[in-house]
Ligand binder design. Structure first.
Ligand code: GTP
Ligand code: SPV
Ligand code: MN
Length: 609
């Protein structure tokens, strides 16, 4: 690529706006790719890239009879999850990003990144991916453009977002867009022109997942995996969008979105925030076990919510696909997900069967006799290692979901009736509780703790605070974010959704789950729906209103277990309150006084219990 990029070399389609072409040219000068291709979002373009990747040995086509138009990718064993330690937010002051994010000054970070990105695409194709988060042209939607040297990332973006000519044509001259630059950091040609062969999963040991909220830019380097590389997802739709939401008066959240219908046809739309790998996809596709109730899928990972003209909170799922955790997804636990995966899927780090299909722990009760594991090695049930990586994933189009709600791509979204916070808690936290107010609900969300999962590098199982399930995803100071939530509540007034907390993961002394979970969670959804409609009853407890009429008909569960599921131990909770104090200390005087008041009141209720 010549240093002075000519208009022809940019290879831009006629419809591309001038400011976009200008930016692509500037970036190409830095990245120095061999060539530039604009992704047009068509099936033909998708096929072209899959064929290229198969020929290069970076993608395996699965048996078309068993899994049509589906593919398997195996990553480098060092590139299997989000890297929170290497995720940065760049703002003028450290105070803006707060104590839960890695901070850098924008100028310093750009300087630091430059040598890494300089020539990082040598010998490669740079794909230009225009995309829309949310339906193209919707009032809550936003446009982004990702530059990437990864065909894998491009193919995943095709499934996860609305890509190509449609969002490009809707851009208009000088319109705003979020700029995302992604490089795996494995150039095939060096400065002197020496070439080297590609690997089956190019990446770099040095990784940078960086965000510049003020200029709405993302620079991601060194990883090809998931949220590190699909820039529309966590980088844009959560970290950058949370800042846009703060400035414009809306919310960008790590939530699923479902439409729950009662037997009488009464609809409750529910948004729920659970940390990574804590059951969002499962709840989003839940098949109720209780007669007459229906749950329909709107989204499983990200929700954008904005007050509508009617004063209610309206929500969209900005994505168009699922990037879901494979292990534990089976016919018993999530039949809708299994059905969603029948074709047109990219699987990453799952096992390959001898028939050319996929397998992972939990797909079927019994493992096949022989597999190729996620690292490409022979595997048998006696191998003593996992066949699929614990954070192995599927990328599948949302439209393939049997439980998909008709409103899933409605331009303005759906009105939200209830917001639910959850986490993975072995102890203390009851199956379900309702907050006493919006303010108390924000306190619930702000103080959620959860046991860490394999979705990010780090100590699996360790209990950590994950406020609003947004710890790794909030693009600004978490205390300011709580304040933003409080302000949104004041704005919504009595039209604000009701707020609940749930926990499917409480265990007994023997370490067994107390609650059957999965489809049976519909019983909790029923109670939440009825509470919203004023048709269910509750009794106050120190931590919130607990159900007195949870429907457990047909469920084999002892009175004792039910008691254990809802037990509130004041001492244990007072200890948690002390931990909350410590947690709040991190944010100093930025913690909204309303939340300090809620903590005081919680302690009061616990001391009286
Ligand atoms: P991200 O995509 O990482 O944001 O996560 P997610 O919240 O969508 O995760 P997902 O739904 O894929 O969570 C999967 C894990 O949660 C699997 O290990 C499931 O077995 C487990 N899980 C989901 N629902 C339940 C439940 O009701 N009970 C129990 N015990 N486990 C559950
Ligand atoms: C999560 O970790 O919450 C995910 C997967 O949804 S990733 O897109 O990799 O962040
Ligand atoms: Mn997620």
């Amino acid at each position: 690529m010549p240093n002075n990029m000519t208009a022809a070399a940019i290879n831009a389609p006629d419809i591309a706006p001038a400011n976009l072409k200008q930016w692509v040219a500037e970036m190409a000068e830095l990245l120095k790719p061999d060539s530039i291709e604009w992704y047009d979002g068509s099936e033909a373009n998708f096929q072209l890239l899959t064929e290229r990747e198969i020929a290069a040995g970076r993608l395996i086509r699965l048996n078309p009879e068993l899994r049509p138009n589906s593919f398997l990718a195996r990553t480098d064993p060092g590139d299997v999850a989000r890297v929170e330690e290497r995720t940065f937010i760049a703002t003028e002051t450290q105070e803006e990003t707060g104590p839960t994010n890695n901070w850098r000054h924008p100028d310093e970070l750009k300087e630091e990144l430059k040598p890494h990105f300089d020539g990082s695409m040598r010998g490669r194709i740079m794909y230009v991916i225009p995309f829309s988060m949310g339906p193209v042209g919707g009032p809550i939607s936003y446009t982004g453009v990702q530059l990437t040297d990864s065909a894998y990332a491009t193919l995943n973006m095709h499934i996860m977002t609305r890509t190509g000519n449609e969002p490009l044509a809707a851009m208009g001259e000088d319109s705003e867009f979020v700029r995302g630059v992604h490089s795996v950091g494995y150039p095939l040609v060096d400065v002197d022109g020496n070439t080297r062969p590609d690997t089956s999963w190019p990446c770099n040991e040095t990784k940078y997942i960086t965000h510049f909220p003020d200029t709405r830019e993302i620079f991601s380097y060194g990883s090809g995996y998931g949220g590190n590389a699909l820039l529309g997802k966590k980088c844009f739709a959560l970290r950058i969008a949370s800042v846009i939401g703060r400035d414009e008066g809306w919310l960008a959240e790590h939530m699923l979105l479902i439409k729950v219908s009662s037997p009488e046809g009464k609809v409750t739309n529910i948004a729920a925030a659970f940390p990574s790998a804590c059951g969002k996809t499962n709840l989003a596709m839940l098949q109720p076990t209780i007669p007459g109730w229906k749950v329909e899928t709107l989204g499983d990972d990200i929700v954008w919510m904005r007050p509508g003209e009617d004063g209610r909170l309206w929500a969209i799922n900005p994505e168009a696909g699922f990037f879901g955790v494979a292990p534990g997804t089976g016919i018993e636990t999530n039949p809708n997900a299994v059905e969603t995966l029948r074709e047109n899927v990219i699987f990453t780090n799952v096992a390959l069967s001898d028939e050319g299909d996929v397998w992972w722990e939990g797909l079927t009760p019994e493992a096949p006799k022989h597999l190729i594991d996620w690292r490409g090695r022979d595997w048998t049930p006696e191998s003593g290692v996992l066949a699929a990586h614990p954070n192995s994933r599927f990328t599948a189009p949302i439209e393939q979901t049997p439980s998909l709600a008709a409103e899933w791509d409605a331009l303005g979204g759906v009105p939200v009736d209830a917001i639910v916070f959850g986490g993975r808690r072995t102890t203390n936290v009851p199956l379900v509780a309702q907050s006493y107010s919006w303010q108390h609900g924000v306190f619930m969300g702000a103080t959620i703790a959860s046991e860490q999962t394999a979705a990010a590098e780090g100590p699996v199982g360790e209990l950590r605070r994950d406020p609003f399930a947004m710890l790794p995803f909030c693009g600004y100071n978490m205390a300011d974010y709580w304040n933003h939530w409080l302000k949104m509540g004041a704005l919504l007034g009595d039209k604000a959704p009701r707020i609940f907390q749930v926990n499917w993961f409480r265990k007994n002394k023997e370490g067994k789950f107390l609650w059957p979970g999965f489809g049976e969670n519909s019983r909790v959804l029923e109670w939440i729906s009825k509470r919203v409609q004023g048709r269910a009853s509750a009794t106050p407890s120190p931590i919130g209103n607990l159900p007195t009429d949870l429907n457990i008909e047909g469920l084999e569960i002892s009175d004792e277990t039910m008691k254990e599921l809802f037990a509130i131990n004041p001492e244990a909770w007072l200890y948690e309150a002390d931990l909350t104090d410590k947690f709040f200390e991190m944010f100093g005087d930025k913690v909204p006084k309303q939340l300090r008041l809620e903590l005081l009141e919680l302690r009061g209720r616990l001391n009286r219990a």
